[in-house]
Design a protein around this ligand. Sequence first.
Ligand SMILES: NC(=O)c1ccc[n+]([C@@H]2O[C@H](COP(=O)([O-])OP(=O)(O)OC[C@H]3O[C@@H](n4cnc5c(N)ncnc54)[C@H](O)[C@@H]3O)[C@@H](O)[C@H]2O)c1
Ligand SMILES: O=C(O)[C@H](O)[C@H](O)COP(=O)(O)O
Length: 401
Amino acid sequence: MTLRILADQNILALDAWQDPDVELVFCDGRTLSAGDVKHADALLVRSITRVNASLLAGSNVRFVGTATSGTDHIDLDYLQQQGIHFTSAAGANAEAVADYVMCCLAELVIESGFSLAGKTVAVVGVGHVGSALLSRLRSTQAECLACDPFQQLCSETPYVSFLEALKADVICLHTPLTQTGDYPTWHMLNADNLMRLPKGVVVINAGRGEAIDNNALVTHLKGMSVKTKINQDSSENFRHSQRFILDVWEGEPSPDPELLDLAYLATPHIAGYSVEAKYAASQRVVSSLCEHFGLALPDFKVPDSAPVYGVGDADDKQGVTDIGCVSDNDVSEFCASTDRQAAANAEQQQARQLLKTFSPRRVDTAFRQAYLAADNKSSGAECFDNIRRSLTARRENPHSQ
Ligand SMILES: NC(=O)c1ccc[n+]([C@@H]2O[C@H](COP(=O)([O-])OP(=O)(O)OC[C@H]3O[C@@H](n4cnc5c(N)ncnc54)[C@H](O)[C@@H]3O)[C@@H](O)[C@H]2O)c1
Ligand SMILES: O=C(O)[C@H](O)[C@H](O)COP(=O)(O)O
């Protein structure tokens, strides 16, 4: 009997999957309804689809796979009660997110002479992503702090508490979204904790938007702006006094435009978007599905040649094959405006190398321009999704493998 699989149209590489025993139907993960799902045997989703009783009750679905690491969009208890098999792509994009964070720090190095030397960096959430990031950070001159109350229970490595982590110069949030338990992450950075952050802190959130109370953050950053103006500092100084780098937002795909404006770097939930991560995620969920239903395994290995998917002409003389992917020419032009004397500095050299693989600032610029120009909420949401869809050529940093 043919197996009917309903899959989000933006799960990479699935369209190359051919199996006579499979009927693969693609859908828009944002608008997927119970009616669409009713006759499917298996469902493959991304983080944008809420999978729960309202979507699945009365359907034939016996398998749910998400091509993501996070699972907060899935009602896991419901799936378990119903005996529906579940799989995620845990860890598939860990290296990509670690690359993203290192590239954001590289932007700071190039744009503002920021240096990791002598700084403390706290990684909050030391799972797949946090560990990949820590292993990169340990080869820099920063002192690394790990914060993870769950890992702490089963490891001899020293960990710090969340309150200790909040004293660091750079704080990177890589926690899942949780509302219950001893250490819920929902609004872990709230109005009270925002007040504790040191001047000059850099906060990077590439976990889930809800880890930070976005309304409280707007109030906090606006308050700082007023204080800085009273002290007659320039607004540029204000922007640099506490810098928030946000890849994830409350209310996606419609983040608060005011927060977008106040963020130092803003990207539309693309930290994990490398070609390698996307292929690995597709391979992970489809392998699990094939095992579950006894189907032949397809091979979604990333082709050796790059760029590989949905990108412009590889010989493009502009050198830009995709938003965020930068050519040599672009980088030198970009860096010409920075302090030339400091160009010899090893940290700056490394930062430049990293930015050749991926420039979060380029994504930030495209995102800000399009999103802030949108004249209503739905065109803003469309723009959020369009930018995500257009980022298809980013490769992982070979130096980090
Ligand atoms: N922005 C993106 O594109 C992107 C990409 C990948 C993952 N994510 C998000 O990042 C999260 C982490 O990804 P991962 O693959 O490392 O997941 P993971 O499950 O491997 O690791 C999460 C870690 O966070 C820890 N943790 C849980 N609650 C905590 C708390 N209150 N304080 C500190 N640590 C806590 C857990 O113990 C675990 O070690 C995912 O759940 C997902 O929501 C976002
Ligand atoms: O949890 C994850 O893996 C990430 O948030 C993931 O990168 C989101 O990707 P999407 O759902 O848009 O495919």
